[in-house]
Structures are given as structure tokens and as C-alpha cells.
Write a protein that binds this ligand. Structure first.
Ligand code: NAP
Length: 252
């Protein structure tokens, strides 16, 4: 029970890595606020509710909060609701993220902006909203999902790489600002993890990706959730401003 009595807000928690992190945290005693966003063609509310029911089955508190992380006011309201329902907030996981892959020649201003808005401005909005409660209680863990692509670049992902590199610079700066206040700020940089995001990659490209990974396989959502658990735990109390790679050796 490494997160006993803690409360966490996880963005984009209805599926993929976010859901795995929520499950892992709850299994370690954490109460969770599960953020999701409504999207045409997907019943994310139902997926979030199913996860909340699972978490409650473990004896933890869980609430589902709909909010688009790009909406500053909606994020403020979401954090206030989480603090109210869970009696405080100790951990933020900035997990919500999107891709709109195109080479720069084909990349529209809209595709550029949409990715920066969710992946970078979304994390800013959430960090800004949780900061006061964390500073007031003198304890906090802010963990953001960056990417191997933000460290090494990738063909057709200039927008995504820029957003994830921005996220690491943002986190390191914030880490310095709050280091004396009991709040740590770190990133996880996953490599290629088997989720819907990577299932969108054309099948013929997969062998080329696997050839770049010394361990020869994609990672699992549990691999990433384990890293998030460590950074969220007491054991990581002297670690801040770091980027923890979970990538099978793809980038060293
Ligand atoms: P995923 O399966 O596509 O899930 C992304 C989640 O973010 C979804 O729940 C999505 O909600 C949510 N989201 C998107 N836009 C949002 C918004 N405006 N407000 C709130 N939530 C929003 O992706 P994943 O693979 O689990 O990735 C999770 C994080 O890890 C992302 O930041 C991603 O960039 C990062 N990452 C993933 C990999 C990988 O290989 N999978 C590698 C490196 C980094 P909807 O269901 O509504 O779309």
C-alpha cells in the first residue's frame, strides 16, 4: 500500500496508459479522480464509470470528472471538485494526449495547434490548478507523460515531439519553483507502448519500430504504470525535475 490515503487526479483516464495508472494507484491504496472527455463515437463516460466501479470495489473512493484539459475554466472546476470529493489532492498525472501525425510539408496550422493545446497547454492548465492546494498542504507529486519522441524526434511527428519536449522543459522549470515546498515534478518518457495510440500505426511500420528497440518488443501499459507509481510514492521523495524513460532501451 504505497499510496495509502493519497488522492490522485489522472487525466485521460478512461483508457490506455491513464486507465492502467489509475488501476495501479488504486491497488496501492489511492483514491482517484478519473478525468475523461466526451468524444463523438465513444462512450468515455461509461468507460470511466466502469473503471470507477472497479476502483470502488477495491475499497477506494473514485469519481469521474468530465473536462477537456484545454479548457482552463473547466480544469479549475474539475480540480475543485476533486479536492472537495477526495478531501485534498496529492498527485496529478498529466496523461491526456493526442497525435496528429503528418510530415511538416503536410502539417496544417490546426494539426500543429491541436496537439500543442492538449499535450502542453493541457498540462499547464492542470498543473496550475493543482498547485495552490499542493503548496498549501506542503506536499505534491506532478507527473507528466512525455515521450521518447520528445527526446529523439520522429518522422512525421514535429507537432507531437515539440509538445513532449515542451512538457519536459515545463516540468523542469516548475520543479525548480516548488522544490522547497514538498512538491516534486517529473516526467515519464515512454517508448512504444501497446495502446490505441500505437495501434493506429500502419502494420508495415511495426517491424521497423521493433528493430529500434533493444528489448525487441513494445512496452505494456503496466510498465508505464509501475514507473508512475514509483514517482508518486514516498520512495521518490528526493527525485524531481527528472525524465524517467520506459522504453526497452530504445533511447539511452
Ligand atoms: P490513448 O489510448 O490515445 O489515450 C489518450 C487519452 O487522453 C484518452 O483517454 C483521451 O480521451 C484523452 N484525451 C485526449 N484529449 C483530451 C482532452 N482534450 N482532455 C482530456 N482528455 C483527453 O493514449 P495512450 O497511449 O494511453 O497515451 C497516454 C499518454 O502517454 C499520452 O500523453 C501519450 O502521448 C503518452 N505516450 C504514449 C505512448 C504510447 O506508445 N502509447 C508513448 C509515449 C507517450 P478520449 O478517449 O476522449 O480520446
Amino acid at each position: 500500500m504505497r499510496l495509502q490515503g493519497r488522492a490522485a487526479l489522472i487525466t485521460g483516464a478512461s483508457r490506455g496508459i491513464g486507465r492502467a495508472i489509475a488501476r495501479r494507484f488504486a491497488a496501492e491504496g489511492c483514491n482517484v479522480a478519473l478525468n475523461y472527455v466526451s468524444e463523438a463515437g465513444r462512450d468515455n463516460a461509461a468507460e470511466a464509470e466502469a473503471l470507477a466501479a472497479e476502483v470502488r470495489g477495491l475499497g477506494r473512493k473514485a469519481l469521474c470528472l468530465e473536462a477537456d484539459v484545454t479548457d482552463f475554466a473547466a480544469v479549475q472546476a474539475m480540480v475543485a471538485a476533486a479536492v472537495e470529493a477526495l478531501g485534498g489532492l496529492h498527485i496529478l498525472v498529466n496523461n491526456a494526449g493526442i497525435t496528429r501525425d503528418r510530415t511538416l510539408r503536410k502539417l496544417s496550422p490546426e494539426d500543429w495547434q491541436a496537439v500543442l493545446d492538449v499535450n502542453l497547454t493541457g498540462a499547464f492548465n492542470c498543473a496550475k490548478a493543482v498547485l495552490e492546494p499542493m503548496l498549501e498542504q506542503g506536499y505534491g507529486r506532478i507527473i507528466s507523460l512525455a515521450s521518447v519522441v520528445g527526446l529523439m524526434g520522429n518522422f512525421g511527428q514535429a507537432n507531437y515531439a515539440a509538445s513532449k519536449a515542451g512538457l519536459t522543459g515545463f516540468s523542469k522549470s516548475l520543479a525548480r519553483e516548488v522544490a522547497r515546498k514538498g512538491v516534486t515534478v517529473n516526467c515519464i518518457a515512454p517508448g512504444f507502448i501497446d495502446t490505441e495510440m500505437t495501434r493506429a500505426i500502419p502494420q508495415d511500420v511495426i517491424p521497423q519500430i521493433l528493430a529500434q528497440i533493444p528489448m525487441g518488443a513494445m512496452g505494456t501499459v503496466e510498465d508505464v504504470a509501475n514507473a508512475a507509481l514509483f514517482l508518486a510514492s514516498e520512495e521518490a521523495g528526493y527525485i524531481t525535475g527528472q525524465v524517467l524513460s520506459v522504453n526497452g532501451g530504445m533511447y539511452m
